[in-house]
Ligand binder design. Structure first.
Ligand SMILES: [Zn+2]
Length: 303
């Protein structure tokens, strides 16, 4: 029996309307168009799942502010969950009763080939765990594992798909090749394949929830070099080595928290997070409203 209760984690870099860095940035014209196309990708998958009898769908918007999808354009039987939450799952909030997770529109890891590769932020040049590049999909899957949620499907550029398959053996993948640019790209046909692949993955009972247990040796390298590494090392009491910091950690969920801190926070800010998060969500909502107005004035080009 295919999984009936599904979580979709949606990012923008590997979605069908993001063809350059500007389209992944907040409040750019390219981003507004990419939001529209990312929404169409998710809607194609949601419709296919609903038609096949999937009963519960939660869509987690997981790019930048967490406000990129246009919920009014997604079948209302799916619940679109925008913005970040402090818990119960850090960032993601409540996964409901999901049995399986589908990752749509993700990207390759920092320090690897691929389209707009990064882990957490483009300010990191590389993140290595026991010597191997770390993809976000492994972090996210590990956060969901204690809830018994199986990572069954991944879509992104070919390099991102290869990395997902290494990090999560048995996961189904569906790629989008962005090397040739948007000209001649058949978004509708690609979306159809995406929806078919996502649907087929729900029969994949071979993939288990990801075992994120270590211990792991972690190296984090900064694009801005040693000065940035020194700041992070001092802030978070880590060992600096050249352009990076090094530390040991027990599991991937703990690593997600540590990387979130290194990338976005300072120790003094931690007690303020419950206050800051609503403001960040407000900013995200305002940005999406701007995108909506823009899309109404200038319909997105359809490739
Ligand atoms: Zn993203």
């Amino acid at each position: 029996m295919p999984f009936q209760r599904v979580l979709i984690v949606a990012d923008i870099e590997g979605s069908s309307g993001c063809w350059n860095y500007a389209a992944s940035s907040f409040l750019t014209p390219e981003w507004a168009n990419a939001c529209a196309d990312m929404t169409k990708d998710v809607q194609a998958v949601v419709q296919a799942l609903l038609r096949a009898g999937v009963t519960d769908i939660i869509v987690k918007d997981f790019h930048r502010t967490g406000y990129n999808l246009l919920p009014e354009k997604i079948d209302h039987r799916a619940r679109v969950d925008s913005g970040y939450a402090l818990g119960p799952i850090p960032g993601m909030g409540d996964p409901g009763k999901a049995q399986a997770v589908l990752f749509l529109g993700l990207h390759a890891a920092s320090g690897t080939d691929g389209f707009l590769p990064h882990t957490m932020t483009s300010r990191l040049a590389a993140v290595r765990v026991n010597g191997a590049p770390l993809s976000e999909v492994s972090l996210f899957a590990s956060l969901l594992a204690p809830y018994g949620i199986r990572p069954v499907f991944f879509s992104g550029c070919p390099a991102a798909c290869r990395q997902a398959a290494v990090g999560i053996p048995g996961i189904s993948t569906y790629s989008i090749d962005k090397q040739t640019g948007p000209e001649g790209f058949d978004a509708q046909a690609w979306r159809q394949g995406l929806a078919q692949g996502a649907l087929a993955s729900l029969a994949n009972h071979a993939v288990r929830p990801l075992d994120g247990n270590g211990p792991f040796n972690v190296e984090v390298f900064f694009r801005d070099g040693a000065a940035e590494a020194l700041k992070a090392a001092r802030r978070w009491r880590l060992e600096q080595c050249g352009d990076g910091v090094r530390f040991e950690i027990r599991d991937l969920p703990a690593l997600f928290l540590t990387l979130s801190r290194i990338c976005y926070l300072r120790p003094a800010w931690l007690p303020l997070l419950p206050l800051a998060l609503p403001l960040y969500r407000l900013m995200g909502r305002a940005g999406l409203q701007w995108a909506r107005h823009r899309l109404k004035r200038l319909p997105a080009p359809s490739f």
